[in-house]
Design a protein around this ligand. Sequence first.
Ligand SMILES: C[S@@+](CC[C@H](N)C(=O)[O-])C[C@H]1O[C@@H](n2cnc3c(N)ncnc32)[C@H](O)[C@@H]1O
Length: 294
Amino acid sequence: MALHYSVMLQETLEWLNPKEGQHFLDGTLGAAGHSLEISRRIGPSGRLLGLDVDESALDVARDKLEEINNVSFYQLNFENMAEALKKEAFSSLDGILLDIGVSSMQLDQAQRGFSFRDENEGDLDMRMNQSVGMPVKDYLKSVPKSELEKVIKEYGEERYYKRIANAIIEQRKIKKIETTKELAELIRKAIPGPRTKIDKATRTFQALRILINRELDVLKNAIEEAIKLLEVGGRLVIISFHSLEDRIVKWSFRDLKDNGQAKILTKKPLLPSEKEMRENGRSRSAKMRVLEKI
Ligand SMILES: C[S@@+](CC[C@H](N)C(=O)[O-])C[C@H]1O[C@@H](n2cnc3c(N)ncnc32)[C@H](O)[C@@H]1O
C-alpha cells in the first residue's frame, strides 16, 4: 500500500484538542491516521468510538489502534452514530471528527469500483458498505433516463449530463455495463473534445458514488445527530472534498448557529497548507469547518 496520509492531521488535532481521559468519536476511521493520534492523546483513561461502514477499513484500523486499549469499533454509518454511544458507559462526547469520502485504500482496491483508472478495471459497485444497497451496475441497468440526467447534472455538476445519460441508455440496450472501464470509456467518448487534464469520467463517477451511498442526506443527518451528542464546549470537525458537501456543512452549521445551539469557529473553510497539498495531491480539494456546541 502507498504511504498513507491523513488529510489536515495537525489542524484536526489543534481544533479537537484531545486531552487525557476525554471521549471522542471518529465517524470515518479509514486507515485510522487521525484516530491513532487522538487515541494517544486521550490515553488509557479516555475512550474513542471508531466507526466505518467498510468492514475492510475496520480491519486495518483495528491493527493500527491496538497500541492503547481505548478504542471501541463499530461497523456503522456515521448518520447512526448515536447507536454507538448508547453502547458505552458515558452519554456525551468532547469531540467528533468526520473526514468524509473515499479512502486511498478503497480507490486502490479495483474490485470496489471507485476508480476509473484503466489499469484499475473493476466491478462497477461503489458501495461503501457492500452489504447495503445496490451496486452502480444494477442501478444503471434500470434507471429512467430523466433520473439519470438529473443525478449526473446535480451530483456531478457535469455540463454534458444529457450526452452521458444518453450514451449509457444506448449502451445498456446492447449489453449491461458491468465494469468501471466500460463506463469510463463510454463517458470519455460521449464528451466532445480532446483529452483533458482531469479525466472526463471524474464527475459522473462522483455523481454515482454520492447517489448510491446517499452521501448528502447522510451528511445532513450526521450533523443533526452530532450536535445532540456533544458536551457543551465539544467540537465537531468536518473535512469534505467537494463543493456539494461543503455547502451542506456550511448551511447546516449556519442553522445551528441561528438556533443558538452552536458557534462556528471557522468563518471560512480552512484549507491544507501548501506543503501538504504538494506532498499529497488528494488533499488539494479538502476543506475543513469546525463547530462548537454552546
Ligand atoms: C477519507 S477516509 C478516512 C481516513 C482517515 N481519517 C484516516 O486518517 O485514515 C473515509 C472513510 O470513511 C468511510 N465512510 C464514508 N462514508 C461513511 C459513512 N457514511 N459512515 C461511516 N463511514 C463512512 C469510508 O469507508 C472510508 O474508510
